[in-house]
Design a protein around this ligand. Structure first.
Ligand code: SF4
Length: 605
């Protein structure tokens, strides 16, 4: 593809897709026919730059309508947004869900990540490829966030509108049917099916899932919805931050940073505007709790974002959702629309004179966009590459403005903090890890799904609840960026401090059980491959280290003992370099799981 605005023209369909997002072009500068108006004005400078953040939605619009992004379509989008085509090409090729080469209108994404691999994803890939022929492109996909129903496949058929269908757990027949007619595929099971505890009275975060209709604002309010926002208005922004600080709530994405401190640091910044960003881009293999919340209790997230924005003085919030989550996007969009209609978003929320609204942005398949500054770049229309810190987002975040970024689970915790009060919330869990915690349990268990337990329960208690099967070989805690523990370590308390003391991590709450039928060395290779593929490549330790790690693991795939010693030494050296010198968490954690498999599980002894 030539990377400048050339003579390529968009097709009518491509032009229509872009115009449906941006409106018709206003001048020939933007791709319309020449008119007298062109002699008088052109969109440029700030007016043009201000629309750069529409680049990712524009790429989605073309990809959704056509199935891939041609040179003519990219050029047209670039003219409309005044973005250099070379930069737009760099953005389009950054994301796994886009293609800049021709491909069939229907793509079947088959999850080949950890839970999928353990449940037969390779056979699913091979079977569907053989049956579907050239009308459907079968793509091996990183985790689709459907681990409780692995193996899983997502069919996407481009058109107007784009159609999607999920098959999970998928047989070859199911996946072929979904790809053949995504518009008429059977409904997915309700979100509550992913919550084995659904309906239990002692639940805090999941209490409405399976109980209240996720499409009904009335039902949400009848089950306690919007009580937290009313209390927030009664407390005032400073009072809300005090309450959140006193509750001891820390971020649930893995870094465990105190939420109240983050909010206070942003609220006190003199620069305006302030932004709230919610990351619903959970891409850690094995994680699916945010999807279940958005599908099962979407208004809770809308309310929680409104509370957070009020506390930090933001008028605009962005909700960045994985592109692989079509039902969650649909449910949240519906909830946002209804909240607007009922005065719960907009210029005068609940008559308190406070204005706030939420924009939904769709990711396009990039694990690294779970890193907060990569996510900001992605929203702004740049490649989703992490920024060096400092400056920290509380000072310079989205669009260079003070920004709070929290994930879905962190935000929905704010609701019970306000409705119960900080002391009651802080009484749940342990002194240093307060509140309830969600876990995504999958693998060799009878009842996979999202579980809610107070911090402090042990790993063994959680696994017994999920019905762990006999022959347990290892448990992966925290996903690919986490670490393995042995079956004799199930008394590890699930708290930030307890897992740290045990030399492992809670991460984002992934708990994947593997029995002795699962080929452990193949899993390690898949983890290494995952990090090599997902590294954004901008810093050397990670870009090179993830490649070296995968190469070494391939070399020693079937070797143990002395025969593996040199490669294990190389793995340690590369791992140390990645951990010490990478810019962001991806490179810093890319060696964790492999290291734990070598040291704790004696994978190559
Ligand atoms: S550590 Fe890896 S993912 Fe993170 S910025 Fe560096 S190259 Fe990119």
């Amino acid at each position: 593809m030539d990377r400048h605005c050339g003579d390529s023209r968009p097709t009518d369909g491509e032009r229509a897709a872009v115009d449906a997002l941006l409106g018709p072009p206003e001048s020939s500068w933007e791709g319309a026919g020449r008119s007298d108006a062109d002699l008088r004005w052109a969109r440029g400078g700030r007016a043009a730059r201000d629309r750069r953040d529409l680049l990712l939605p524009g790429l989605h619009a073309i990809n959704d309508r056509i199935g891939w992004i041609s040179e003519g379509a990219l050029d047209y989008l670039c003219r409309r947004l005044t973005v250099p085509p070379a930069e737009a090409y760099g953005v389009a090729t950054f994301y796994a869900m886009f293609s800049v080469g021709p491909r069939p209108a229907t793509v079947l994404h088959v999850c080949t990540d950890l839970a999928g691999a353990a449940a037969g994803a390779d056979q699913l890939c091979a079977g569907t490829t053989e049956r579907l022929g050239s009308d459907v492109q079968v793509e091996r996909s990183p985790c689709l966030g459907l681990c409780e129903r692995a193996p899983a496949a997502l069919a996407v058929r481009a058109g107007d509108p784009v159609r999607t269908a999920v098959a999970a757990p998928a047989t070859v027949d199911d996946a072929v049917r979904a790809a053949g007619a995504p518009g008429s595929a059977p409904e997915e099971p309700p979100a509550a099916m992913a919550v084995p505890q659904a309906g239990q009275e002692d639940l805090v975060l999941l209490r409405r899932v399976g109980v209240a209709d996720p499409a009904s604002l009335h039902d949400y309010r009848a089950h306690g919805g919007y009580a937290a926002l009313r209390r927030a208005f009664a407390l005032g922004p400073a009072g809300v931050i005090r309450e959140v600080t006193d509750s001891g709530l820390v971020g649930r994405g893995g870094a465990a940073f105190p939420t109240g401190r983050k909010w206070q640091a942003t609220a006190s910044q003199p620069g305006r505007p302030h932004y709230l960003v919610c990351s619903a881009d959970e891409s850690e293999p094995g994680t699916f709790k945010d999807r279940v919340i958005m599908e099962g209790d979407p208004y809770a997230l809308v309310e929680a974002m409104t509370v957070a924005a009020y506390a930090i003085g933001a008028r605009r919030g962005f909700l960045y959702i994985r592109g692989e989550y079509p039902r969650a996007i649909h449910r949240i969009q519906h909830a946002v629309d209804q909240a607007r209609v009922r005065g719960l978003l907009g210029d005068d929320i609940l008559g308190h004179g406070y204005a706030f609204d939420i924009e939904i942005r769709r990711g396009a398949g990039a694990y690294i966009c779970g890193e907060e500054t990569a996510l900001f770049n992605s929203v702004e229309g740049y490649r989703g590459e992490p920024r060096s810190k400092p400056p920290f987002p509380v000072e310079k975040g989205l669009f260079g403005r003070p920004t709070v970024e929290n994930n879905v689970e962190t935000l929905v915790n704010v609701l019970p903090v306000l409705t119960m009060g900080a002391p009651a919330y802080a009484a749940i869990g342990t002194e240093r890890s307060t509140g309830p915690k969600l876990y995504c349990v999958s693998g060799s268990v009878a009842r996979p799904g999202v579980y809610e337990l107070p911090f402090g329960a042990t790993l063994g208690e959680l696994l017994r609840l999920a019905g762990v099967r006999d022959g347990l070989r290892a448990v992966l805690l925290g996903g690919a960026a986490g670490g393995f523990v042995r079956p004799d370590e199930l008394d590890i308390p699930l708290t930030f401090e307890g897992t740290r003391e045990a030399g492992t991590t809670l991460g984002s709450g992934v708990v994947m059980a593997f029995d002795d039928s699962v080929p452990l060395l193949r899993l390690l290779l898949r983890i290494a491959e995952f990090f090599r593929e997902e590294s954004c490549g901008q810093c050397v330790p990670c870009r090179v280290g993830t490649v070296r790690q995968e190469e070494a693991l391939r070399r020693i795939a079937e070797r143990t003992g002395a025969a593996a010693a040199n490669d294990i030494a190389l793995l340690r050296e590369a791992g140390r370099a990645m951990r010490d010198a990478s810019i962001c968490g991806l490179g810093q954690t890319a060696w964790n799981a492999v290291e734990s498999a070598i040291d704790r599980l004696e994978a190559y002894a």
